[in-house]
Write a protein that binds this ligand. Sequence first.
Ligand SMILES: Nc1ncnc2c1ncn2[C@@H]1O[C@H](COP(=O)(O)OP(=O)(O)OP(=O)(O)O)[C@@H](O)[C@H]1O
Ligand SMILES: [Mg+2]
Length: 311
Amino acid sequence: MYSPKKEREGEIWAIGGGKGGTGKTFITSCMGTYLAQKENNVVLIDVDIGGANLHSFFGINRPGKSLTNFFENGSPLQELIVRTGIDNMQLITGDVDSLASDSIKFSQKLKLFRHIMKLNAQYVLIDLGGGSHNNTLDTFLMADKMIAVLVPEMIAVENMYHFIKNALFRKVRMSLRSYGFREIVEHVWERRKQYGVKNLRELIEWLRHSFSYIGDILDRELADFKIYLILNKVRGPDDILIGASMKSALLKFLGINIDFVGYIEYDDSVWRSIRNQQPFMLYYSSSRCTEEIEDFTENLIVGREIRLLRA
Ligand SMILES: Nc1ncnc2c1ncn2[C@@H]1O[C@H](COP(=O)(O)OP(=O)(O)OP(=O)(O)O)[C@@H](O)[C@H]1O
Ligand SMILES: [Mg+2]
């Protein structure tokens, strides 16, 4: 279903995570700004159809064009690009008044992915909405780097766990389906007690061990299933440990090793910059948050984890 990653020159990063309000859009706008300041050619895409607001982080009130023109009139993505006011960075907006993203058809979605992959940019950053709808999961899965934003709250941890579990489940299902094993994942999962399977990690292990050719497919397809975690709105050292706990829970129950790339502390100047429509990285360039954002963006560029100092 998905085109092979890594055949293009640029990189596509998708920013998601399940829960609303964790700071996905804020972080997308900041990482984009930093990458653009480093002389990279950047395109931001707001696919939060129905709840699009990335444009307002750059002080743009109502962009005249949006993804709605792509879905409804077939306008090429290139024609929907608007300026952000920041050198080297452009934006394609979602639409506040438009259809909910779940009404976008499968074929439209694939067409959007094909067009995103053809955009001429070193970095394409995709801002996802909250929730675990299939359209959101598929957009997350098509990216070269899947970035999940978490806040240190119980409900956000649960939401993220479900989001990543659903993304992995969908990736496994869609991968096997494209090789003709359409029903096997559902079949075993629905009868998991009978098969002695307790969680998604054990399901994948069961599939690998039961059919070696399925094991080969999964090895190939899951090789680039790599998630990077950012923790936002951190208020103290204990909060940072939540990132590490998330990492071990995902390894234990899903069998995947995510990279915890960094965190941003809670800072009132964030909402102030949003309220005043002032791009944060420009107006608060010497703040601790800016430094933290630069650090984890660097970690993302090279695929490196944060180094946590143990007490
Ligand atoms: N580090 C931070 N410190 C303080 N407030 C923050 C921080 N990061 C984000 N916020 C606040 O959280 C709010 C939500 O941020 P944002 O819109 O980026 O979240 P989101 O994950 O994109 O939400 P949605 O799922 O609705 O799209 C913002 O209004 C901002 O004020
Ligand atoms: Mg958002």
